[in-house]
Write a protein that binds this ligand. Structure first.
Ligand SMILES: Cc1cc2nc3c(=O)[nH]c(=O)nc-3n(C[C@H](O)[C@H](O)[C@H](O)COP(=O)(O)OP(=O)(O)OC[C@H]3O[C@@H](n4cnc5c(N)ncnc54)[C@H](O)[C@@H]3O)c2cc1C
Length: 385
């Protein structure tokens, strides 16, 4: 096919998850001629607990009340850590990704081709990006998640190894789930792993159960999942997973994705190509929350393009309060890892106060609360940049 007849767009977005659809939504609203390509057909299964923090709705400019599909608001989280149970006030929502991503994609009103696997990316003589020799555009947005073909073809490989997950969302018996669950419908039961290198969850969403495990290092996920399953099946008098649902957990699905590291921001754009969401590796460095940074990055990228200053995407990301917090957490994490294993800190790490502090910070982050002092750090950082 001659290049001249290749349909031309202002922007092509590869991937229709939260990052791609939020980017598309802003582009389309502002009259940018955009095309979104995804290799699967929506609605599609995406491994995810479906937990969203309150900021997600603000960034989407959508009231949770206006979200027409399954939504579970929760105000308490039940955490187990080192043999103790804590019930803490916290706030957030659960959705089902199967519905949520499809809803966001439709809402964006972008031209979409589904079942289209992006496998070839070239630049033509006019500087346009050409996809599979079939479509071309001035701007190319890689929103293809952790295996994004745009990231793989045009950006350096990230040094950080992916985390590991095992997860399943399935339908069970409404009454049996209600009789077994630890709290109210939608309230998450979280098992923080003793070594603090991951956590497991058991989330009742009416007749749906979402159960899984995530670990910082992929090879640790199977042993952690086996422990978590045994725990949820024996917790309380009879376990918090109904007997009839347990066989569903024999076959879990796994996925690895790369969490946030400050140096990822360096490779968020080059040559009219942009990476957003998991394609860039933006998930919160402690909790793994990925929907929020996905929609945020998609929106910031599109806004930079719409305003005619696409080169400002990196700065917008770096200086945004949410991503500033992630940078701060990333720095704190590397300081802590330098001291980990020292005798004094081992004693502190075994104390009750330490356990309480860990659970409290986790619950705060889980509900999207900002770090103390983060505003000041963000301000200082914006002066330096
Ligand atoms: C088990 C698990 C649990 C999680 N739980 C949570 C949670 O509760 N809350 C939370 O905030 N985050 C959670 N996350 C993280 C979150 O799911 C991701 O960070 C988020 O989905 C990132 O969105 P995205 O749009 O960047 O990518 P994705 O949602 O992965 O979307 C990428 C899209 O790109 C498409 N694509 C990929 N390759 C190609 C190709 N070659 N051609 C065309 N299209 C392509 C895919 O089909 C897909 O639709 C979880 C992750 C896992 C694995």
């Amino acid at each position: 096919m001659a290049m001249e007849v290749v349909p031309t767009y202002d922007a092509i977005i590869v991937g229709g998850g939260p990052a791609g659809s939020s980017c598309a939504s802003v582009l389309v609203k502002n009259g940018v001629h955009a095309l979104l390509l995804d290799r699967v057909t929506f609605p599609r299964v995406k491994l995810c607990a479906g937990w969203v923090t309150p900021q997600v709705w603000d960034i989407l400019e959508l009231s949770p009340k206006a979200y027409p599909l399954g939504l579970w608001e929760w105000n308490r989280v039940h955490c187990h850590f080192r043999g103790k149970k804590y019930t803490l006030a916290s706030r957030g929502y659960f959705i089902r990704r199967y519905e949520f991503d499809d809803f966001l994609l439709r809402r964006s009103k972008v031209d979409t081709i589904q079942g289209f696997n992006v496998s070839e990316i070239e630049k033509d003589g006019e500087g346009y990006w050409v996809i599979n020799k079939q479509y071309r555009a001035k701007y190319l947005i890689g929103a293809g998640g952790s295996h994004c073909p745009v990231a793989r073809a045009l950006f350096p490989k990230r040094a950080k190894p992916p985390c590991g997950t095992q997860e399943k969302e399935f339908e069970g018996n409404l009454d049996e789930i209600a009789a077994c669950r630890i709290g109210e419908d939608g309230e998450p039961e979280i098992l923080l792993h003793d070594d603090m290198r991951g956590y497991s969850w058991n989330v009742p969403k009416s007749q749906w159960l979402n159960i899984g495990t995530g670990t910082a290092v992929a090879r640790e996920v199977m042993p952690a999942w086996n422990k978590a399953r045994a725990f949820f099946e024996s917790e309380g008098a009879k376990g918090t997973i109904p007997l009839t649902s347990r066989p569903m957990l024999d076959k879990m699905k796994g996925h690895g994705y790369v969490g946030f590291a400050t140096n990822h921001l360096q490779s968020c754009q080059s040559n009219n190509v942009f990476l957003v969401g998991d394609a860039l590796g933006l998930a919160q460095p402690l909790t793994g929350e990925g929907i929020l940074p996905a929609i945020l990055s998609g929106k910031l990228c599109a806004t930079a393009i719409v305003e005619g200053i696409p080169e400002t995407y990196r700065k917008r990301l770096q200086t945004h309060p949410i991503i500033s917090d992630y940078q701060l957490i990333d720095s704190i994490k590397s300081i802590i890892s330098r001291f980990a294993g020292k005798k004094k800190t081992t004693r502190i790490r075994k104390s009750r106060l330490h356990s309480w502090l860990v659970v409290t910070v986790f619950a705060a982050l889980f509900s999207g609360k900002r770090l103390p002092g983060s505003r000041l750090v963000a301000k200082m950082r914006s002066f330096r940049q």
